[in-house]
Design a protein around this ligand. Structure first.
Ligand SMILES: [Zn+2]
Length: 414
């Protein structure tokens, strides 16, 4: 299985040069029209590979089918990754650099030499000594998140189509826009996709297999003050901005926040304050691996806020909870074969399986709750959403090998 080793890199280098940054402020689907530039190219290339139903839709999704080549009845498995890059860092004019035969030194990026990818910060570099790695040039992110996933799936599709001796069931390919702004599945056509199970390719180090995400809610606290002309406001005016400030100041500082927790601990995190003296709001995100804990966090937050309000009897408060996404494990538990087969595919690729919960969400969390159980597989991406972003070519090649193994495991064990 050597003949795909070159092409995944070649694809990746091409895809990252197409600017596909999504926009959290936009209300359109896709949030940025330019994401379609990559989507259209992918649909075209899938057509060229021979997948005759490959197409992109008005929202920038790409759908394609690799027909089954076995007589066995096997569940339809989908592979999914996202075409957009994060709004956190520029994705315009990405210049990917292929560092052949990496020697283990720190890497100074040529277009901004203050940007140094150091072995001290990224110990995983050491695992790539003697192999090729890819970085950006110092002014932009690289876009390995998630164009590595895209390149891996494209290369995998090409491999299957050109190797009919590999037996597999029907396979669906899905590329989504807007994952980075939380809308990756907003317009996905579940009926058209018509798959039973899915895997996202959106993970880090080789061997990582993620079947657990946070459960997530949003909370908005709205404070209504009392407005008066500031010149004649004595004993009348109640300033909502100041009350919002008091609530934030009343939050614990040594625990219960992203900056003080890791591993399996949840948190509450203020992400925005907006307002005027009359009315102010604070937006929070609430995260925990146990969905039941979300309401405990929310009650605690509400108690803190109410205590503050107690000192301002003329002010009122609204406390609104919005469900965001849920831990995929709650779904995957009922379909253990999805993760077990992936584990087997990793082992066949001689990878040590590292099973870690994601302190965040993926498209897979939402897909899982849309009835498509969907763990997350590695691509190798590192230092994502930053100018230091990099990826080892070997990891992308391994991921292609894993997918080729995985469809065979499904064929054999279903
Ligand atoms: Zn991603």
């Amino acid at each position: 299985m050597k003949d795909y080793n070159y092409t995944v890199t070649e694809r990746f280098m091409r895809y990252v040069q197409i600017d596909t940054q999504s926009d959290p402020e936009s209300n359109t689907h896709p949030t940025t029209e330019k994401q379609k530039n990559l989507s259209s190219l992918l649909a075209e290339e899938l057509q060229q590979i021979g997948l005759s139903d490959a197409h992109t839709d008005e929202y920038g999704y790409v759908y394609a089918t690799i027909p089954s080549n076995t007589n066995k009845k096997i569940p339809v498995v989908c592979f999914c990754s996202h075409v957009d890059t994060a709004p956190d860092c520029s994705g315009l004019n990405v210049k990917p650099i292929l560092h052949k035969n990496y020697n283990g030194d720190d890497i100074e990026l040529p277009d901004d030499t203050t940007q140094i990818i150091s072995v001290k910060d990224y110990a995983y570099l050491k695992k790539h000594i003697g192999n090729d790695i890819i970085t950006a040039s110092g002014l932009t992110l690289l876009g390995a998140d998630d164009k590595s996933g895209v390149a891996i799936i494209m290369d995998f599709a090409n491999y299957l189509v050109t190797h009919s001796e590999i037996k597999h069931g029907e396979i669906k390919i899905l590329f989504t826009p807007d994952e980075e702004v939380g809308k990756g599945t907003a317009q996905v056509n579940r009926q058209k996709l018509n798959a039973d199970y899915a895997y996202t390719l959106d993970g880090g180090e080789a061997g990582t297999l993620e079947d657990e995400t946070f459960s997530a809610d949003g909370v908005r606290i709205t404070i209504h003050g009392v407005i008066a002309h500031p010149g004649y406001a004595k004993n009348k005016l109640v300033n909502a901005i100041k009350i919002a400030g008091e609530i934030v100041a009343a939050l614990p500082t040594k625990e219960w926040s992203p900056e003080t927790t890791n591993k399996r601990k949840g948190f509450v995190h203020p992400v925005a304050i907006n307002g005027i003296a009359e009315k102010a709001s604070i937006d929070f995100i609430v995260r925990d691996f146990e969905t039941a804990n979300l309401s405990k966090h929310e009650e605690r937050l509400q108690t803190i806020a109410e205590k503050v309000l107690h000192n301002h009897p003329k002010a009122t408060m609204e406390f609104k909870i919005t469900e965001q996404y849920r831990n995929m494990k709650e779904v995957l538990e009922y379909h253990p074969q999805v993760v077990d087969f992936a584990r087997e595919a990793y082992k066949r690729a001689k990878l040590k399986v590292v099973n870690e919960p994601i302190r965040g969400g993926t498209d897979g969390s939402r897909l899982s709750f849309m009835g498509l159980p969907c763990p997350n597989l590695f691509t190798g991406m590192q230092a994502i959403h930053s100018k230091h972003e990099w990826i080892g070519v070997k990891d992308m090649q391994k991921a292609v090998e894993v997918l080729v193994n995985l469809v065979q495991v499904w064929e054999k064990k279903s």
